[in-house]
Ligand binder design. Structure first.
Ligand code: UT7
Length: 316
């Protein structure tokens, strides 16, 4: 697999930490020091498919391809206005093409799971060009009276077009069922036969400290295993693009690895945690800024609900 083009889109509304103090007892000082986040972009009058389609158009343009060149669209997404048809089907309509579309919900690790599926389709010659898009609106998942989660998230979309190539050197996926630390249930219709109590929970529930610990240990394990898989050393890696969940998680991983902080790219200060969209958004920003040079080794590492992790090592 090779990444042929990247794209991203963020909602137009900027929500600063100071603005959040209108809704609950919090402060810029608390949010900045505990998370690194200064502001995030959140959806107001936009629809998620429009953001996703914008990211996809950019990725196609960047790849020098037309939507009609695509053989498959894989969309990573947790929450969407529609349960069915999935977001990928609506994005396909907006970018005006007719290839098969599927949706994957791997929570914050979803983009890497989607990339792994793209790799499998390419390897089996079922497709030549695949659009992998992650589009998320976690701002609509949290309880806006709950300061513990509402301050953490932002919305956005990131996309890549992939084709045949040898950029992907290794990939690691893992899931260890651990539901209680991070989950959200949805209301489902009741029936005359239903004997269970209706779901009372409609917003994201999180044990932040537990997730923090799981994220640090899981991502470190993935990074070490990827290096061993590729017989590379840490000094060979030029860029770490980790899921933008919390600056302290990234700093902690960097510190444990005794790595140079400048290799751990961050945009969480501006975007908040955009779930599975965070890595492709960051990738697109670095790519457009010209920070990725041919031959550079990159590690992408994501972690989240499941508890699932997805990491890969690429040579740009
Ligand atoms: O994509 C994966 C999604 N989730 C994550 O990555 C979350 C990972 N975890 C974290 O990022 C951190 O655990 C948090 C940022 C969520 C919380 O930081 P913490 O250092 O673990 O704080 P805490 O939950 O232990 O709370 C410390 C205090 C509490 O007050 P008391 O009990 O000490 O009086 C909280 O009530 O901070 C309070 N607090 C806040 N204060 C001001 C919690 N949220 C806020 C807030 N503003 N927004």
């Amino acid at each position: 697999m090779k990444i042929l083009g990247t794209g991203s889109a963020l909602p137009k509304m900027t929500l600063t930490n100071d603005m959040l103090t209108q809704y609950f007892d919090t402060s810029d000082a608390w949010i900045s020091s505990r998370t690194g986040i200064k502001q995030r972009q959140v959806m107001s009058d936009e629809h998620l498919e429009d953001l996703a389609a914008k990211a996809c158009q950019q990725a196609l343009e960047n790849a020098g391809l037309k939507a009609s060149d695509l053989d498959f669209i894989i969309c990573s997404n947790v929450l969407d206005e529609f349960i069915s048809p999935n977001l990928a089907c609506r994005v396909q309509g907006l970018i005006n093409t007719d290839c098969p579309c599927i949706h994957v919900n791997g929570a914050c690790a979803g983009f890497i799971f989607a990339l792994s599926m793209a790799e499998a389709y390419l390897n089996s010659h079922m497709a030549k060009h695949i659009l992998v898009v992650a589009a998320e609106m976690p701002s609509r998942m949290v309880d806006w009276t709950e300061r513990g989660t509402a301050v953490l998230f932002g919305d956005g979309a990131g996309a890549v077009v992939v084709g045949e190539g040898s950029q992907l050197k290794a990939m690691r996926l893992s899931t260890k069922s651990a539901i209680d630390c991070l989950y959200q249930k949805q209301y489902i219709n009741s029936t005359p036969f239903d004997t269970q109590e209706a779901n009372k929970t409609s917003s994201l529930q999180m044990d932040g400290r537990e997730v923090f610990k799981l994220a640090v240990s899981a991502s470190m394990k993935d990074i070490k295993e990827l290096l061993a898989d590729c017989q590379l050393k840490q000094e060979d890696i030029k860029h770490y693009l980790l899921h933008q969940a919390n600056t302290r998680i990234l700093d902690s991983i960097c510190l444990h690895l005794k790595e140079d902080k400048s290799k751990f790219h961050q945009n969480i200060q501006r975007t908040g945690n955009t779930s599975s969209a965070s890595i492709p958004i960051l990738l697109d920003e670095l790519h457009r800024e010209g920070k990725l040079q041919q031959g550079d080794y990159l590690i992408l590492s994501a972690f989240g609900a499941g508890f699932s992790t997805g990491s890969c090592l690429l040579q740009w």
